[in-house]
Design a protein. Structure first.
Length: 454
C-alpha cells in the first residue's frame, strides 16, 4: 500500500529544496516523492499521532500510579524517581542508534520494530512482582517507544513543506499532551476495574493497534543505502559534527534542564507535590494532573497555529526562548515561595511558560541537511531525555536526603526544586551568552534565511 498521490500544499516540493529554515540542503538520500494527497497526509499524521499518544501516556502514567505503588509496594520517593526515570534511561540509551537507524533504514521500518519491544515491555510490566522487574520493564518500554516522536519528525522532514513541518511538530506535542491527559483521570477511573496490571495489558493491546495503523498508512521507506564502499566513513563522524554545531551547543543546557525538567515534573513530580506538599488526596491529585495536561494540550494546539505566522515574520527560536523562559523561571520561583498553596493551576502555569523551550528541538533538526535529520533530532532528544532521567531521579534523591536530615515534606520539596531552579537559571544564562549563531553545517549549500528555526 502506498498513499502517494498528487502533490499538495502540505507536501515537500521535489528534491527537498525547502527546510524549516529555508535552507537548501540538496543532500536527500533519495529523490523526494512527488507528494501526498491531503487525505494521505491526514492518515500519515493520524497513524504517527496514535503511537505518540500512547508513548506520552506510558511516560506519564507513573504520576497517577505513584500512590498505588507507594501503598502496594512500599516505594519511597527515591524508588518512585528511579521507576519513572527507568523509562527515560531506556529511552535515552536508544537515541544515538535510533538516529542512525532512522537515516539508514527509514522511519517506518524503525518504528515498527521498536513498537514490538514496547508491547513486550507492557506485558512484562503487568507481570512484574518487585521494584527490580518493574524498573527493567519500564526500561524496555522506554526503548520501545523511543522512536514515537523522532520517526514522525524525520518523516515530516522528508514529506512535508517547511510550514507544514512547524504545524505538525506542535500538533504532535499536542497529541502527546492528550496522551498525558489520558494518563490521569481515565487511568484513575480504570484502576478499580482493571488494577494497574490490567491497565498495562490494555496498553499492550492499544500498541498493537497503533502498530497496524503505522504499517498501513505510513509510506514505505526507500531501500537502505549500500554499506559498502566509502560511504561508511562519513557516517562515523556525523554525531561529532552534530554535537559541535554552535546551535546544538547553545540549546543543549536548556534542553537538558528546562525541557527535561518540564517532562520530569509533568510526568511524575507534579503528582507527589500535590499529595505531599499541597495535601491533596490521590483523586484530587489525578484531577490536578488532568488540568495540567489539558492546559498543555491547548498550549501546543495554539503553538501549531501561531508558529508558521511567527516564522513568516522572521521571529526565530532563540528570540522566542529569550522572551519566554524568564516567565518560566519566575513562575517556578513563585511556586516554591507558595509551597503548600501551589496547586495544579500553579504548576499548569509553569508548564505552559516552559513550552517556549519546545521550539529548540525542531530548530536543531532544521539546522542539518535531510540526510542527517534523524541523527540531529535523536542526538538532541538524547540531551532532553537524559535531563528527564537526571531530574526525575535527582529530585527524588534530594527529597529523601532532606527528609533524612529532619526536614518536613514542604521543606524537602522546596530544597529539591530549588536546586532544579538554579540549574534552569544557569541553562538560560548559557543560552544568552553569545550572539545568535549562523549555520556552520559543512553540508549546507547556503546560510539559512531568517525564520523560526535559525
Amino acid at each position: 500500500m502506498s498513499p502517494r498521490a498528487d502533490a499538495t500544499a502540505e507536501t515537500r516540493p521535489p528534491h527537498g529544496e525547502g527546510t524549516a529554515t529555508g535552507m537548501n540542503d540538496g543532500r536527500s538520500p533519495a529523490p523526494a516523492p512527488a507528494g501526498l494527497s491531503a487525505a494521505a497526509v491526514a492518515a500519515l499524521f493520524g497513524a504517527f499521532a496514535a503511537t505518540y499518544f500512547l508513548s506520552a501516556l506510558l511516560r506519564a502514567v507513573t504520576a497517577t500510579l505513584a500512590p498505588v505503588f507507594s501503598a502496594e509496594l512500599g516505594l519511597t520517593a527515591g524508588h518512585l524517581g528511579l521507576l519513572a526515570g527507568a523509562f527515560f534511561l531506556g529511552f535515552a540509551a536508544m537515541q544515538l542508534p535510533l538516529g542512525r537507524a532512522l537515516d539508514r533504514f527509514g522511519p517506518r521500518r524503525t518504528l515498527l520494530v521498536l513498537l514490538a519491544l514496547a508491547m513486550l515491555g507492557c506485558i512484562a510490566f503487568a507481570h512484574a512482582g518487585g521494584l527490580g522487574s518493574l524498573v527493567l520493564s519500564r526500561m524496555l518500554i522506554g526503548v520501545g517507544v523511543s522512536a514515537c516522536l523522532m520517526a514522525p519528525l524525520t518523516s515530516y522532514r522528508r514529506w512535508l513543506t517547511p510550514m507544514a513541518q512547524l504545524r505538525a511538530n506542535s500538533w504532535m506535542l499536542m497529541t502527546g499532551s492528550l496522551g498525558m491527559v489520558a494518563s490521569t483521570l481515565p487511568v484513575q477511573w480504570l484502576l478499580p476495574l482493571l488494577g494497574w496490571r490490567g491497565v498495562f495489558w490494555g496498553l499492550a493491546g492499544l500498541l498493537a493497534l497503533a502498530t497496524g495503523l503505522v504499517a498501513w498508512f505510513v509510506p514505505r521507506d526507500a531501500a537502505p543505502p549500500a554499506a559498502a564502499g566509502g560511504s561508511a566513513g562519513p557516517e562515523r563522524g556525523t554525531y561529532g559534527q552534530i554535537v559541535r554545531h554552535r546551535l546544538f551547543v547553545r540549546m543543549a543546557p536548556a534542553g537538558f534542564f528546562i525541557y527535561g525538567g518540564l517532562i520530569a515534573v509533568q510526568a511524575l513530580w507534579a503528582g507527589p507535590w500535590m499529595t505531599r506538599v499541597a495535601g491533596l488526596d490521590a483523586g484530587a491529585a489525578a484531577r490536578g494532573l488532568f488540568a495540567i495536561n489539558v492546559a498543555m494540550l491547548f498550549t501546543f494546539m495554539t503553538w501549531g497555529m501561531v508558529l508558521p505566522r511567527l516564522a513568516r515574520r522572521g521571529i526565530d527560536a532563540l528570540r522566542l526562548m529569550r522572551w519566554g523562559l524568564p516567565v518560566c523561571l519566575a513562575v517556578l520561583l513563585g511556586n516554591l515561595w507558595l509551597g503548600p498553596a501551589a496547586g495544579a493551576w500553579h504548576w499548569a502555569a509553569w508548564c505552559v511558560a516552559c513550552s517556549f523551550v519546545s521550539v529548540s528541538q525542531p530548530a536543531v533538526g532544521a539546522a542539518f541537511p535531510t540526510a542527517r535529520a534523524g541523527r540531529a533530532l535523536s542526538a538532541f532528544n538524547l540531551v532532553i531525555f537524559s535531563g528527564v532521567f537526571s531530574t526525575q531521579w535527582g529530585i527524588g534523591l534530594l527529597v529523601d536526603a532532606a527528609l533524612a536530615l529532619g526536614a518536613g515534606n514542604v521543606a524537602a520539596y522546596r530544597v529539591a526544586f530549588g536546586v532544579f531552579a538554579a540549574c534552569s537559571l544557569a541553562s538560560y544564562l548559557w543560552l544568552l551568552r553569545e550572539p545568535a549563531p549562523v549555520a556552520d553545517n559543512p553540508d549546507s549549500s547556503r546560510r539559512p534565511s531568517s525564520s523560526l528555526e535559525t
